[in-house]
Design a protein around this ligand. Structure first.
Ligand code: FAD
Length: 464
């Protein structure tokens, strides 16, 4: 098969679209991003970059751009809403076990880092370019039109345009993202300085930690961002009705009421919130396909598989999609397979992964939202050994359950793509001739300790 020049058009410069652009440029593929907003920015709250994607930020040089604004925590504490400690994880143990950091970051810092690297690598980013229509026929380029009347032609159009994707609604008009339950979330950030002045709440910030406060149908998760200067809260709760869009300027009294029975220390911090929004938790799919029949338009990220937030995997999965897709399309430019085959491979390998993340995300929500009773007691008992520093074969705390840690946080999307491509192109698994070991298996079992980079800590720990 001959080498093929491919120009990719990505719709949406969110975390997923920018990650995809970086990956495409690293694979030597021309890429243009069309972004609706007239400024490149992300809303002001925190995000976890779990080890499955922190490794991408390292490889791509994005971590170096973000620098000290990436925070590492010392521990994760799992609590009941009254403050009772039921689980404890030394996060550096997980980091060492995977050879990758677990970062907490302000979305704006992450977004700026991704945009800077995408631009450095030669991705063209057009802001104020809302795509309003796309045409895609067999054998011809995809034509996109923007609201201001510009027309673009691409060999491949990637829909990274989020949960309300126009690319998805053009391909699959009947698919509507759904709030499966009445669950939704507030987000807020508070300066550490303010918490330090509070005689009761300050006890919670002696170290940089992640804290989960579990209660029936409402939990709070907190962690530091912005070099350890800001305290981020995600406050999960249920409403009488399903929530389908972001509600701004919600009643602060209503929010305080949801958490009024929580431990006084975290309640004091909730009471410091002066304004917040309520975010829907919309789920898309699972879809039958992520692409056009011609395989020249393809979906990724929230556009394809938005999920509830309880495992902090939405943006991470979007980044993984971009990295996988770019490897496949990069192989097309080197004449290894056709674009149709590349898109088929991407769907075959990534759709089950995204489904699994959606499932685990639902389940973690169910675990954290349990009502008091026998199941909650069994949950707490199943994570209790961690309070004594014991790590077992399974844990009800999915953030340190060994299987979840390896499947989700230990996942290497680039190795997965390379292995899938090798299997497709050569018709068999790729193994090192000298040892017979497959590269991704070697990496999984040996790479974690032989490549460990324990000094990669851009921690703001000193700032407390
Ligand atoms: C409360 C909460 C907490 C979360 N916490 C985490 C976490 O800790 N870790 C994690 O990994 N994920 C988390 N997520 C999920 C994460 O925010 C999303 O999954 C992620 O932002 C999706 O990225 P995306 O790039 O696919 O889409 P988006 O971020 O939605 O980006 C889409 C982009 O496309 C643009 N766009 C839309 N339409 C058009 C158009 N027609 N033309 C051009 N451009 C267009 C938009 O302006 C936007 O820039 C959380 C979500 C919630 C609600």
């Amino acid at each position: 098969m001959a080498n093929q020049h491919i120009h990719v058009g990505i719709i949406g410069a969110g975390i997923g679209g920018l990650a995809a652009a970086i990956s495409f440029r690293r694979a030597g593929v021309d890429v243009t991003i069309l972004e609706a907003a007239d400024e490149l920015l992300e809303i002001g709250a925190g995000i976890q970059m779990t080890p499955n994607v922190s490794v991408l930020l390292q490889k791509w040089g994005v971590a170096d751009v973000i620098g000290d604004n990436l925070v590492q925590i010392e521990e994760l504490n799992m609590r009941r809403k009254d403050g009772t400690l039921v689980g404890h994880t030394e996060i550096p143990i997980i980091e060492r076990a995977l050879g990758r950091p677990w970062w907490l970051v302000h979305r704006a810092h992450l977004h700026q880092g991704l945009a800077a690297v995408a631009t450095q690598l030669g991705a063209a980013i057009h802001i104020n370019s809302r795509v309003v229509s796309l045409e895609y026929q067999e054998g011809s380029e995809v034509t996109l039109e923007t609201q201001k009347g510009d027309t673009y032609h691409f060999d491949l159009c990637v829909g990274a345009d989020g949960v309300n994707s126009i690319v998805r609604s053009t391909l699959f008009p009947d698919i509507k993202p759904d709030a499966k339950t009445t669950n939704c979330a507030y987000r807020a950030i508070i300066p550490y300085d303010l918490i330090r002045q509070d005689p009761i709440a300050k006890e919670l910030i002696q170290k940089l930690t992640m804290e989960v406060w579990m209660g029936h149908n409402a939990y709070i998760i907190t962690y530091p961002i912005s070099g350890g200067e800001t305290f981020n809260l995600v406050l999960s709760h249920h409403r009488p009705e399903k929530v389908y869009s972001t509600q701004t300027n919600v009643s602060i009294k209503e929010m305080r009421d949801v958490y009024k029975e929580f431990d006084p220390r975290i309640k004091r911090i909730v009471d410091m919130i002066t304004e917040t929004s309520r975010w829907p938790l919309l789920v898309t799919g699972p879809l039958q396909s992520w692409s056009s029949p011609q395989k020249n338009v393809v979906l990724m990220g929230d556009a394809a598989h938005s999920m509830v937030n309880h495992m902090a995997q939405g943006a991470a999965t979007s980044m993984e999609d971009g990295a996988f897709l770019a490897k496949c399309v990069g192989a097309v430019t080197h004449g290894k397979l056709s674009l149709r085959e590349a898109i088929n491979l991407y769907e075959l390998e990534r759709m089950p992964k995204a489904f699994m993340k959606q499932q685990v995300s639902f389940l973690n929500g169910a675990i954290w939202h349990l009502p008091d009773g026998p199941k909650q007691q069994a949950r707490d008992a199943a994570m209790a050994p961690s309070l004594e520093g014991k790590y077992l074969v399974r844990s009800s705390n999915l953030y340190d359950d060994p299987q979840t840690v390896l499947d989700i946080y230990g996942y290497d999307v680039e190795a997965h793509a390379e292995q899938a491509l090798a299997r497709f192109v050569h018709g068999r698994e790729a193994v090192y001739p000298g040892t017979g070991i497959a590269p991704y298996i070697e990496d999984k079992y040996m790479g974690w300790f032989s490549k460990c980079r324990p000094n990669d800590r851009y921690s703001g720990a000193g700032k407390l």
